[in-house]
Design a protein around this ligand. Structure first.
Ligand SMILES: Cc1cc2nc3c(=O)[nH]c(=O)nc-3n(C[C@H](O)[C@H](O)[C@H](O)COP(=O)(O)OP(=O)(O)OC[C@H]3O[C@@H](n4cnc5c(N)ncnc54)[C@H](O)[C@@H]3O)c2cc1C
Length: 439
């Protein structure tokens, strides 16, 4: 089912609007038709909505394997988390500005007192504190001064916890409808306690690195074996990997998301890792025998809106990993991911690369394609063919526009391919993509 149609989003929307709906009678009582009362009601509405969005963003920071599928996968949840956070930020500012303006008709000092009352009126000051902290931790996300360092950005994001607590200290004494705020606060605080306090102990599987295979100069496949319980997963899902190798030059004890490249039938968990920064660089030489914690699985890559359709796969660079998992699943279970029971289902994989020298995993994928009539693999090298074109796709897969489309790769590749599909008349509901980037 399309991510936005997932039932989870209906529930979230309701939770977000409920405080506003419950406050409606109170707001109508306040409203006398005049400009000042209209502004006050508007300020109240923006404040209530801002607070609901802030608590929703905090709730969505939870990572609970399986739960994310009700929302179309974790990347989709992160997107809504970001939108809710930004929405809350804008509305909080609007709330403060409009509150000030509402008091101006009385006189300017009344406006100043409304916004900056004596310190005994601490709920107002805790509101200011929350806004200030939000400016600090959301600032880098806007990327005005370039892309922030991911780990520093993540550490700064911990300020979201005191922000939420200060915002609650603002809202409880001032807001009317107490119970709905209790419900939203319990969800938000529960999510944060799980994510930061409990999940690192209760939500992870202990694995051991049993092999590291070099695929090309800057890509390895890390192989892991469970020390205790095995994590069940489906092809195309991803995990958070936390390596504990004491010899790592960077990233020891840091969690990073990686797609599972093995088939769920495989006793070994395989992860293809490209050197994209300090932690992934260090992992190129992770020591076999060391511990790595695995959290997950997350994601819903092969979830389908139209199960009756054949599949078109397009992979670019390290974005090939979900398709490697899909092809290995076909080899080991004789079915395509997401199409169990459809014996005639088939997939056509276009492997987009610069040239054959860097085409890692391609030999294995071609081999699977040669032995399974349900998978066709076509390499496309930029150096020989230029950018991927509709003509190339049609030549090798005449019914490409009729298929359910899955893409994974760099954002520029995804944008380029989307344009081709839109021009070819493919409805957006049949185009699914994943970019390995959460910022
Ligand atoms: C859903 C998903 C699946 C992925 N699958 C793969 C895969 O199969 N193979 C692969 O090589 N890479 C994959 N990645 C990318 C991988 O997570 C990053 O390359 C890795 O985290 C980079 O960390 P670094 O310290 O080496 O580099 P940095 O320089 O710290 O980060 C480079 C970029 O990676 C992203 N990133 C870094 N740390 C994290 C984090 N903890 N959480 C989210 N994003 C982060 C940020 O956008 C950052 O700008 C995937 C990413 C996502 C979101």
């Amino acid at each position: 089912m399309r991510a936005w149609l997932k039932p989870g989003y209906g529930l979230l929307l309701l939770l977000c609007l409920l405080p506003l709906l419950l406050a409606l009678p109170r707001m109508l009582q306040l409203w006398d038709g005049g400009a000042a009362s209209s502004l006050r009601v508007f300020a109240l509405a923006t404040g209530i909505l801002a607070m609901a969005l802030l608590l929703l963003a905090a709730t969505l920071s939870i990572r609970l394997p399986g739960l994310d599928r009700f929302f179309g996968g974790l990347p989709q949840i992160w997107l809504v988390h970001r939108l809710a956070g930004f929405g809350a930020f804008i509305l909080i500012m609007a709330h403060a500005v409009v509150l000030g303006f509402a008091a101006v008709p009385a006189d300017l000092s009344a406006a100043i007192i409304t916004l900056f009352p004596p310190f005994e009126n601490w709920p107002v000051w805790s509101g200011w504190g929350a806004l200030l902290l939000m400016v600090v931790f959301l600032g880098p996300t806007f990327q005005f001064f370039g892309r922030p360092h991911y780990q520093r950005w993540k550490t700064l994001h911990l300020l979201a916890i005191p922000t939420t607590l200060l915002a609650l200290a603002h809202v409880f004494p001032l807001a009317g409808e107490f119970w709905i705020w209790v419900v939203l606060a319990v969800l938000a605080i529960g999510a944060m306690v799980w994510r930061k306090g409990l999940s690192p102990h209760l939500g992870r599987y202990e694995y051991e690195v049993v092999g590291v295979e070099k695929l090309v100069r800057d890509v390895v496949e890390v192989q892991l074996k469970p020390r205790g319980k095995t994590m069940p997963y489906e092809a195309g899902q991803f995990v958070y990997l936390t390596p504990m190798d004491p010899n790592l030059s960077a990233g020891k004890g840091e969690e990073h998301p990686y797609t599972i490249a093995s088939s769920p039938e495989d006793a070994i968990l395989r992860i293809g890792i490209k050197d994209l920064g300090d932690a992934s660089h260090a992992l190129q030489t992770v020591t076999p025998g060391t511990t790595a914690y695995i959290e997950g699985p997350y994601g819903d890559f092969y979830e389908r809106l139209y199960p009756e359709r054949d599949q078109l796969w397009l992979a670019g660079g390290i974005g090939v990993t979900p398709f490697v998992g899909g092809a290995r699943h076909l080899r080991e279970a004789d079915e395509l991911p997401g199409q169990a029971g459809r014996e005639d289902a088939n997939a056509h994989l276009f492997y987009l690369g610069r040239d054959h020298v860097r085409a890692y995993y391609l030999d294995e994928l071609m081999d699977i394609g040669e032995h399974h009539e349900r998978l066709t693999v076509t390499p496309h090298y930029f150096r020989d063919e230029g950018p991927m074109s509709e003509d190339f796709l049609r030549r090798h897969c005449p019914d490409f526009a009729e298929r359910e489309i899955y893409m994974c790769g760099p954002p520029a590749m995804i944008d380029h391919l989307k344009q081709i599909f839109v021009r070819a008349g493919v409805p957006s509901s049949r185009i699914h993509s994943e970019v390995f980037d959460f910022l």
